[in-house]
Design a protein around this ligand. Structure first.
Ligand code: SF4
Ligand code: FE
Length: 486
């Protein structure tokens, strides 16, 4: 296993092409860039905590492939106990970082690909699973951080990949030869991509035969020749460049996952790292598996993030002198109720997990989808309540520079004072934390990360067995279901 420091050092060895605000970054120092370093610190937490004896049980496990001790973020789940430990680990880490630590995406891609390649080989006689197992062993040995790359740009959403005016709007195999395949296209919203060693490419949806070139799953280094990353902007990100830690709210770990747009210009991938190439019949299965593994997480990671939001709101109430007001207590309790509701689905879908044919365990897909769907709504409620408790000052607070100003600092100090004994700067820090926890990027990520709400609703009709519910209701009402062909 790597330590956080070894992880950082290994990132400096990459020859990555990353653009940020129109500038090409130096590959050695890009992880120190003010826009990027918080995300690196957050991901490094997933490495360092594996060496903390207090978290050994949550953060490490034994590889089912090599029998070696590995970081949990590289494991294939061997039971419901593993699935439950995964979400417990996520809630624990979120409480330390207050934000995304990005490493779950590749972790989920691993479990999805392991299972789908097995079933695909059984049915089609291909040999992808063996290749993937060999790759997975290296992944575990090297303790890589692997970005999961699923979402394509999609262009005109009413059209399938082959119907698009520009065929590159979905990642596809542009060419193949004896050595491997050549990828063209782009992936969007790539969490943790610029601080990962490898990426796992997966199809963005299920395809038919006419889109077989788009049914591709493979692994490649993030610095492979022909790959260009364009780092995304975030709300208030200039504060990271020009302002002090107070104004950033969460200066150490940033907010969300440092997403990027990643472009592939005929990028070569050797056959040994190709795990699906044209088997369109299995593209939908891979998407569903990955989505379920990733949606399982959201009550864990967002549960932990909401713990920090609740804490911030409660401290602000303490510092401002209204913590004892009945309506404030009520709002804090409501935030706790909503947070534990998110958490309940993550625990439940893990406990209800089942073994897949390949042998690794899969969370209950219906409950995992319900959990993620709850996040698209309840985080908005939790954040609304936090802003309600914190007050309008969250949106109107003067800057740290004003606080430090020799001329006007005294006014900021005097008029932003709360309860006696509380430093104005500390109160400002809590308010800025509340701002960043409940702001634009964090909310949008809750809505669309791991799939937009509609993607979960689509799964309900597939998984909830509506026909059985209809039959049961008819039987109880004294209506013969057979009369209606049920
Ligand atoms: Fe993990 Fe949550 Fe970040 Fe997704 S949003 S990578 S589940 S921490
Ligand atoms: Fe996410």
């Amino acid at each position: 296993m790597k330590t956080g420091q070894e992880y950082r050092d290994s990132l400096r060895e990459r020859k990555m092409k990353v653009y940020l605000k129109g500038e090409l970054l130096d590959p050695v120092t890009l992880i120190d860039h003010p826009f990027i370093k918080g995300h690196v610190n957050s991901a490094a937490m997933t490495y360092d905590l594996a060496f903390d004896p207090q978290y050994e049980d949550l953060m490490t496990t034994t590889s089912s492939l090599t029998n070696q001790k590995i970081n949990r973020f590289t494991c294939l789940h061997t039971g419901t106990d593993d699935l439950t430990k995964k979400v417990k680990m996520q809630r624990m880490i979120s409480r330390k970082t207050g934000t995304c630590y990005q490493r779950c995406v590749g972790f989920d891609a691993a479990n999805a690909t392991f299972s789908v390649t097995y079933e695909m080989d059984q049915a089609l006689g291909t040999d992808y699973h063996k290749r993937f197992v060999e790759f997975m062993k290296k992944w575990q040995d090297e303790d890589w951080m692997v970005a999961g790359a699923m979402t394509d740009p999609k262009g005109d959403r009413s059209k399938k990949p082959h119907e698009q005016e520009d065929p590159d709007l979905f990642v596809h195999v542009a060419l193949k030869d004896d050595e491997g395949i050549y990828l063209r296209g782009a992936k969007m919203h790539m969490t943790g991509m610029v601080n990962s060693h490898y990426m796992m490419i997966m199809p963005t949806s299920g395809y038919g035969p006419e889109d077989a070139d788009y049914a591709v799953c493979c692994a490649l280094p993030t610095d492979a020749p022909g790959v260009t990353h364009i780092f995304g902007r975030q709300t208030n990100d200039n504060r990271k460049q020009y302002d002090g830690a107070v104004d950033q709210g969460n200066a150490e770990y940033g907010v969300v996952g440092g997403e990027s747009l990643t472009v592939f210009e005929d990028v070569f991938v050797p056959w040994e790292h190709v795990f699906m190439c044209g088997e369109y019949q299995y593209s939908g299965m891979l998407v569903e598996r990955f989505a379920t593994f990733h949606r399982q997480n959201y009550g864990g990671c967002k549960g932990g993030v909401s713990d920090i939001t609740i804490g911030a709101a409660a401290v602000i109430a303490d510092m401002s002198g209204y913590a004892k007001a009945a309506h404030i207590k009520d709002k804090i309790n409501e935030m706790i109720h909503l947070t534990e509701t998110l958490w309940a689905c993550s625990v439940a879908c893990s406990a209800e997990g089942k073994a897949l044919p390949a042998g690794n365990y899969y969370p209950d897909p219906l409950l995992a989808n319900v959990g993620k769907h709850n996040v698209t709504k309840l985080i908005y409620d939790i954040d609304r309540l936090a802003q309600d408790v914190a007050g309008g000052i969250v949106a109107t607070l003067p800057s740290e520079a004003d606080l430090r100003s020799p001329e006007i600092g005294k006014f900021v100090e005097k008029y932003l004072k709360g309860v006696a004994g509380v430093d104005t700067e500390d109160r400002m820090r809590m308010l800025r934390l509340c701002e960043v926890m409940t702001g634009g990027v964090a909310l949008v990520e809750s809505m669309h990360g791991a799939g937009s709400p509609q993607a979960q609703k689509v799964m309900y009709s597939k998984l909830s067995n509506l026909e059985t519910k209809k039959k049961d209701a008819m039987r109880i009402a004294g209506v013969d279901p057979e009369k209606y062909g049920k």
